[in-house]
Design a protein around this ligand. Sequence first.
Ligand code: 6V0
Length: 327
Amino acid sequence: MSAGPAVERVDGHVALPTGRKVSIVGAGSVGVAIGVSLLAKNIADPLVLIDVDGNKALGEVQDMQHSSAFLQTQQIIGGNDYSLTEGSQICIVTAGARQKPGQSRTDMLEANIKIMKHIITELVKYSPDAIIIIVSNPVDVLTYAAWKISGLPLNQIFGSGTHLDSSRFQYFIGKLSGFPVHLIKAQILGEHGASCAPIWSGVSVAGHPIEKFGNLFTEENKKFVFEQVLQSVPELLRLKGYTSTAVGFAVADQVESILFNKSKAIPVSTLVKGFYGIEEDVFLSLPCLLGNSGISTVLPPDLNEHEKHLFKASADNMFKYQQEIDD
Ligand code: 6V0
């Protein structure tokens, strides 16, 4: 039987980049949330899920495969074999040991660095050109460690950083102002963690600086908004035991900007040496343009003196923490 005439799809057809293989290491709540976000956005194919617990990865893969009738992704695979990741455009690391009762922060960090060494070595072996996104916590220190382990150039490896914190910041500013969240431009920079810095000087609502909103953005209200951002994680841990959905969408946004060469300016964790007087090799979040080659440009915003101080304090904090692993 003849195959018939070739059918050309042109109208309404969006050309997708050819290489869209994305691998996720860690099939826990975060890895799965990222996977589901990628599937919902139809931007990764094949999608690979790797976990040290191969059955867990396979179970999650099969559950995703059973959604195929509602998706466009053709191939979803996984297990505990890193050769499945071969030729990935992007690799995302969400694997991590959770803090055990009685275990110190440094002990947990050491355990996670050991895990990171194995994972990064395997990923680079099978996909030397892939862009690697680290999501596991503490994300800034682990990204620094992964960068050193990998030997990759800075454009090719970064941490998911404060993109998530920034989306929470936008959400709570939206709640305060009554404007839809997509009209809020706001960023949190620095550490993904307690010493992060809300950049109020750059906040705009529907295109207007906050000074235009009368006495809505009082110091008290600003403090309240930021407190809500900081309390998000303990609140979610109290309510559901972990956080996953928002980080899933945040990382999928980063993946989309890379695969589709969108060059979106997104705050991610990168080497900040040389910015705002920082002299050490420290990874923190600054807005970066994300495209096909990963980070093409770091765009440090003009900060006021208070914000510079917060950012520098974040760097000092991180440097001290990092020294625990450099020793
Ligand atoms: P989880 O549900 O415990 O999943 C972790 C997964 O990693 C498990 O399935 C493990 O089997 C797997 N794993 C452990 N060791 C290895 C290994 N050596 N190789 C492969 N897989 C391994 O944790 P969850 O998914 O909730 O969180 C994962 C990580 O993301 C943690 O470090 C969180 O702290 C971190 N998060 C980071 C966020 C961010 O914004 N950067 C946000 C939320 C959580």
